[in-house]
Ligand binder design. Structure first.
Ligand code: SF4
Length: 359
């Protein structure tokens, strides 16, 4: 298993190191890697996913809308060239950036023919201001050929992979109908690291990140802490956090209307994020703290998701008020984590750790 290296002291718990934030924002990594601001341009190349296709009896994930979590639904069916150009102009307007990562976001990107995928990568890289590729996919859609392709492209450009892990708890995964288990996610992460190799910093040659969701009905503090510890033991470079929220025309919307699901309130969500950050290795970068929706028309609940800046600031205030910051409690746990990483091939092979956390 790859070891995450890098000076803890350099990253460590001093909010000033992170542009005044109580967490390590990925924008800082991008700045140092690319020498300036870089923005992701979402595009859609896949047309479906194993769940929507009903593979092995799978069903659509309960939270997913018909666009497969895509940011620009109106132009989703456009050809890739048009999407790149249109979405790039949209993000330029919003973020004033001159360098871009083309983000293959919608559905399950690797659930598409390899040839189509490669042509998409090549087209994306043909724009001189494209500085890399980002691929969103699931932990159980990782063929050898796909990982080999990432490795091949990572030899010539920046390649990031975002795996939709969501949770390591098998009960929660089943509840949301993900169709994969926590141990499959762990195995997928370890395989990507092994098969793409590691660079001089001990990290996988592809920039490997995972998506996690908080706000499940059975979730508790202990589980959040265990999730952070598990992240610390895995060869990942970054994490993207989502709060489970209700979009119209999803299975979750039906459950919400039937009174079977209550979305997490901002206070409790901020508490859980603070706990997660407290225990998280400060070298793991954070994409964002919550999925603050820009698809207002589809959002049913909770309402705080609608108020992007206010809710973001509310979370930061709550995290600061709790005295929390990323890695605050990680240092105390470091010897154990280092031992685990040094002695084993990762948690997956340890008999005392369950695959998929169940507390
Ligand atoms: S979240 Fe991903 S895997 Fe689940 S239904 Fe949506 S596109 Fe498919």
């Amino acid at each position: 298993m790859a070891r995450r290296t890098g000076s803890l002291a350099a990253m460590n718990p001093n909010a000033a190191v992170w542009d005044g934030k109580p967490y390590h924002p990925i924008s800082l990594d991008y700045k140092s890697r690319f020498g300036g601001k870089v923005v992701k341009v979402p595009v859609s190349i896949a047309e479906s996913c194993p769940n929507r296709d009903g593979l092995k009896g799978m069903k659509t994930c309960i939270f997913c809308d018909e666009h497969g979590s895509f940011a620009y639904a109106d132009s989703q069916k456009d050809d890739l060239k048009s999407q790149i150009e249109l979405h790039r102009s949209k993000v330029t307007e919003r973020f004033n950036a001159a360098k871009f990562l083309i983000y293959f976001q919608a559905y399950t990107t690797t659930f598409t023919a390899l040839g189509r995928l490669k042509s998409g990568f090549d087209l994306a890289l043909s724009y001189p201001d494209t500085v890399g590729l980002v691929v969103g996919t699931r932990p159980d859609c990782l063929s050898e050929a796909v990982i080999r392709t990432w490795k091949e492209y990572s030899d010539k450009t920046f390649v990031a992979v975002e795996l939709g892990v969501q949770s390591f708890d098998d009960g929660q995964l089943e509840w949301m109908r993900r169709g994969h288990t926590g141990s499959q996610a762990i195995r997928g992460i370890e395989r990507i690291a092994k098969e793409t190799g590691v660079n001089a910093t001990g990290r996988p040659n592809v920039d490997l990140g995972i998506h996690l969701m908080f706000g499940w009905p059975t979730e508790n503090d202990k589980q959040i802490i265990e999730t952070a510890r598990l992240c610390n033991s895995l060869p990942i470079s970054n994490v993207k956090l989502h709060n489970l929220h209700v979009l119209d025309k999803t299975p979750l919307a039906e459950m919400y209307r039937a009174g079977e699901f209550q979305p997490i309130e901002l206070d409790l969500y901020a508490h859980r994020v603070a706990l997660f950050l407290d225990h998280l290795d400060p070298r793991i970068a954070i994409h964002r703290l919550a999925a603050l929706s820009n698809r207002w028309d589809e959002l049913l609940a909770p309402d705080w998701v609608r108020h992007k800046m206010r809710s973001f600031q509310g979370m930061i205030d709550r995290i600061n008020a709790a005295g929390a910051y990323q890695g605050r409690r990680f240092a105390a746990e470091l010897p154990k984590v280092v031992d685990d990483v040094a002695n084993g091939a990762g948690l997956i092979d340890r008999p005392d750790v369950k695959h998929g956390i169940s507390i």
